[in-house]
Design a protein around this ligand. Sequence first.
Ligand SMILES: [Zn+2]
Length: 257
Amino acid sequence: MKFRSANRSGIVIRRRVMPSGDIIVTLLTPQGKLKAIARGGVRGPLASRLNLFHHVGVQVYQTPNNDLATVKQAVLEGALPSLAEPERHAFAHLMAEFADALFQEGEFSETAFELFAAALRGVAHQPDPEWVALVMSYKLLGLAGIVPQTARCARCGAPDPEYPDPLGGQMLCAACASLPAYPPTSLDFLRGVVRRTVRASMDAPVPLSERPALWRALERFVTVQVGGVHSWRQLVPSEPGAADPALGTGLQAIPPI
Ligand SMILES: [Zn+2]
């Protein structure tokens, strides 16, 4: 029987402890996503190293008949202790699930890894982790090549739409819209975030009251465009902002087409 052994370095974006005591982890690495099992890991030193958001170096081996690679060793290369704070943890968890939904196993992307690592550092250290998560979610979408249309109405194609698209998370023109237009700051963010630098977007945060509508648009867009985002969706902030009570009822607010 042949064994293939490899050394990888990556960030733990998902961790599941099985009743058997095995730990199944998904790492985001510069070589793509890697899913592996640490057999009996929960009883050994691997348990604390393979924690969520840890940057670890692992030695894995794969047998030809086995789907999952096995973790032989794991070395902690970096950790962000402040991600344990509840608010930061929520957004780090959201980013990890988002990356998991967005990137496929074996898909090589050093840039995706770097961007995700920067997102986690931002969520860990910046005073406004929610804004980091919003900006970086759109940047990751752009990297994955799944970009919301902002130049034309998603329904009729009219130029320069300014209204929310409650069904698809894109944008609608005045004639197709049923909701109030986006405020100028949100409009500027949605039109510019994908091509702008992270720094530029971080320096121009959208007011808190406008964010629920942006999260809702992101949630709708990703749900329509990317498959298997159920666990991610549950993490998206859903509290309706005082600024647009009309959307508070979620799907029920969507008018018939
Ligand atoms: Zn239209």
